[in-house]
Design a protein around this ligand. Sequence first.
Ligand code: UTP
Length: 323
Amino acid sequence: MSLPIDEHVNAVKTVVVPAAGLGTRFLPATKTVPKELLPVVDTPGIELIAGEAAELGATRLAIITAPNKAGVLAHFDRALELEGTLLERGKTDQVEKVRRAAELIEAVPVTQEKPLGLGHAVGLAESVLDDDEDVVAVMLPDDLVLPTGVMERMAQVRAQFGGSVLCAVEVSEAEVSNYGIFEISAETSELDVKKVEGMVEKPAIADAPSRFAATGRYLLDRKIFDALRRITPGAGGELQLTDAIDLLIDEGHPVHIVIHQGKRHDLGNPGGYIPACVDFGLSHPVYGAQLKQAIKQILAEHEAEENAAEFAVESVVVDSQVK
Ligand code: UTP
């Protein structure tokens, strides 16, 4: 249960969840199903994020959606007819599941008419903030950072160092070209905290300033909204959140990263989504054991197919040599 904001140590009232993107990497599924509603086992990614926001003590989820993605907000409404039917049939566990999203946190809709970038989406959330909110959290619904709790650590770091705080995970050298990579300017007194100088998008290995990759967790000073108004759109007419953060850094605003020790799943593309489902599935009390067996069998079958294909190629080579 969330505490009233003035009693909560993290002092984050609003979590912004940008969910108005086109989800092109997930087509054709995202032609009609919003990416944010794709299930990890049985729970949409955005509900997992709402749970994380409620744990943080936030009371409001500002969901940025597109006009054609009404289902995202509908997921946070009660479904009284469905609940009634489930109750009549004695399916009380399912009723709990159906109610959970609506009970977790208050979802506040914000419409982004056109997908003009993450920076533009975040900028729209200013209208829902109260005057006394000097900090806002942003959580990307297609990014799972596990175990949850990193935002709490980020709030402690903001209390200690001021400014804005982002979250990073350390990736291998081979992976740096897939992510936004932080440029670090100084160590701090905290082992898991570094001061940030800037960020390089998807650098080649040789150009990567570190191996600390950005994740979808941001604790931003309210100054971010002013910075978003002062940056210009980049490629595709999109406003980039990282450009606004860079502007703040250039102007002397302190930005730190917390290096998260744990797992991270990128639900934004099938290559990251599938392992996330497997990971959650293996830990699931109902499906875990059976899934483990199924994976072993699938792997064995694939190996057998690969061996058979190799054997067939070798036989062709030997045949042609004999002839
Ligand atoms: P992504 O770039 O991962 O999402 O943005 P996308 O644009 O939907 O995906 P692709 O690249 O076409 O496959 C990160 C988050 O920001 C939101 C997305 O919905 C996603 O949750 N977003 C992005 C917006 O809300 N508005 C935008 O204009 C862009």
